[in-house]
Every structure is written in C-alpha cells, then in structure tokens.
Ligand binder design. Structure first.
Ligand code: HEC
Ligand code: HEC
Length: 205
C-alpha cells in the first residue's frame, strides 16, 4: 500500500486504527524490526546466515547495505531472492533497514585463518591490485565500501566470480579490478579474507 493510500485509510478509520495499534500484533508488522524479521529467515536469527553463499549483513557498513538494497530493487544487482524481498519496500524502508543492520554485531563465523602459503599468495595479489586503498587496512571497509574481513568464504568466492563474469554488474570498477586477478586466485583470496578478524572493532569481532 502506498503512503498516500495508507494515510487516506487511516484518516477514515482513526478509532479502529488506534484500537488495532493497541491490541493487534499483526498491525505492528509495519515496524522496521518486524520487517527485519523477514531477513532473519536467510541472513540468520543471530547474524549467522543459513546458507554458505548468503552474506553476513549484521555490522556491515551502512552506506554499502543501502546501496545493495537499492541495486537489488532497481535490478542493477540481480538476485531472485533479494529482488522478491525488496520489491514492496520503499526507499525509506531500505534506509531504515541499513541503519538497523549496521548497528548489530558482526558475528564470528569461526572461519580459520588461511595457512601461510595461501595468505602470502593472497597478500601479494592484494598488494599488486591495491585492494586496501578502498577496503582499508583490516578490510573493514567504510561507508559505501564493503567490509570483507570475516565474510562467508563461499559467498566471497561466489560474488567475486560474479563480478569477474559481470553476473554482478552493479559496480563495473570492481569487475575490472577482479578481472586483473587470475581465476585460480579467486579461491585463495576468499579463503584469506574470510579468515581475517578486525582488531579494536566497535561492531563485533
Ligand atoms: C530468501 C532468502 C533471503 C531473504 C529473506 C533475505 N535475503 Fe538478503 N540476500 C540473500 C542472498 C542469497 C544474498 C546474496 C545474493 C548474491 O549472491 O548476489 C543476499 C544479499 C543481501 C545483501 C547484499 C550483502 C552484500 O554483502 O553484498 C543485503 C544488503 C541483503 N541481502 C539484505 C537483506 C535484508 C535487509 C533482508 C530483509 C529485508 C534480506 N536481505 C532478506 C538472501 C535473502
Ligand atoms: C577503487 C576502490 C576499490 C578497490 C581498489 C577494490 N574494491 Fe572491492 N569494492 C569496492 C566497492 C566500492 C565495493 C562495493 C560495490 C558495490 O556497491 O556493490 C566493493 C565490493 C567488493 C566485494 C563485494 C563484497 C560483498 O559483500 O559482496 C568484494 C568481495 C571485493 N570488493 C573484493 C575486492 C578485492 C579482493 C580487491 C582487490 C583485488 C578489491 N575489492 C579492490 C571498492 C574497491
């Protein structure tokens, strides 16, 4: 229902509406916390996603969360599950959801640090491409740049592959950068990034 239609209906039945607010839990389905319940079905009740290829969103950077929700809605980033989720949400809902999830603690997925040989290979690729210029020293990201440290390994591998072949086309710059990385090096990068922890983080590990 549009804001306008809802406003019109509310004006017509103010007393019933007020009663509903008092007695009906169903009416509260409009609050952002209730909308966020839908997300828990896949992104996890405690921030640990159900499937390995579903990303952590708890504690992710606010600007980045909003941009992705916006891009799923516009179709710039294609994913059938997320497209269905955002179809009926307004821009204000997307902003409120981003503000809600950024405040929650990033979960510890207990992913092991990469072994030395994998880590040194990953670090040399990271150094040559200059990933930390944007994702920052601990891969914590900032604003509209994603946090990568401690993200799900399988998701990182999938989304970097999607960037490379432009299945994920919402940031052509990231696609270009990852096309400078050999396909065989995507898995070691995902393994390395997934095993990183952030020291002194304010939101979670
Ligand atoms: C039916 C399962 C499902 C539900 C429900 C769901 N998501 Fe997702 N979400 C996914 C999957 C799967 C992806 C990864 C898509 C891809 O691979 O591109 C994703 C990706 C995202 C991303 C991008 C994260 C990143 O690191 O790029 C955000 C943000 C997001 N979801 C937010 C939400 C919010 C907010 C809700 C609730 C309003 C929600 N999701 C509900 C399955 C779901
Ligand atoms: C010029 C800045 C810049 C550089 C350099 C850069 N990135 Fe990114 N990266 C971004 C931005 C901005 C995003 C968010 C894209 C979007 O809006 O979807 C992103 C997104 C990502 C994502 C998706 C995160 C998610 O949750 O879905 C991954 C993975 C990633 N970058 C890996 C890397 C790696 C690995 C390197 C180095 C090889 C790198 N990036 C270099 C700016 C950069």
């Amino acid at each position: 229902m549009s804001q306008h239609a809802r406003g019109a209906r509310l004006r017509r039945v103010p007393i019933i509406t007020a009663l509903c607010l008092l007695v009906s839990p169903a009416f509260a389905a409009d609050s952002i916390e209730d909308k966020a319940q839908i997300c828990a079905g896949c992104h996890g009740e405690k921030g640990i996603p159900q499937a390995k290829t579903t990303p952590v969103i708890w504690g992710q950077n606010e600007g980045y969360l909003y941009i992705e929700l916006r891009d799923f809605k516009s179709g710039n980033r294609k994913n059938d599950q997320m497209a269905a989720v955002v179809a009926d949400l307004s821009k204000d809902d997307l902003k409120a959801l981003a503000a809600h999830f950024t405040k929650l603690s990033w979960p510890n997925l207990q992913q092991p640090s990469a072994p030395n040989d994998v880590a040194s290979n990953a670090q040399s690729i990271i150094g040559s491409v200059g990933c930390t210029a944007c994702h920052l020293d601990q891969f914590q990201g900032d604003g509209t740049t994603a946090r990568l440290a401690g993200q799900q390994r399988e998701y990182l591998q999938k989304t970097m592959t999607d960037f490379r072949d432009r299945t994920r086309a919402n940031n052509p710059g990231m696609s270009d950068l990852l096309n400078a990385v050999a396909p065989a090096n995507i898995a070691p990068l995902a393994q390395y990034l997934s095993g990183l922890q952030i020291t002194g983080a304010t939101n979670g590990q």
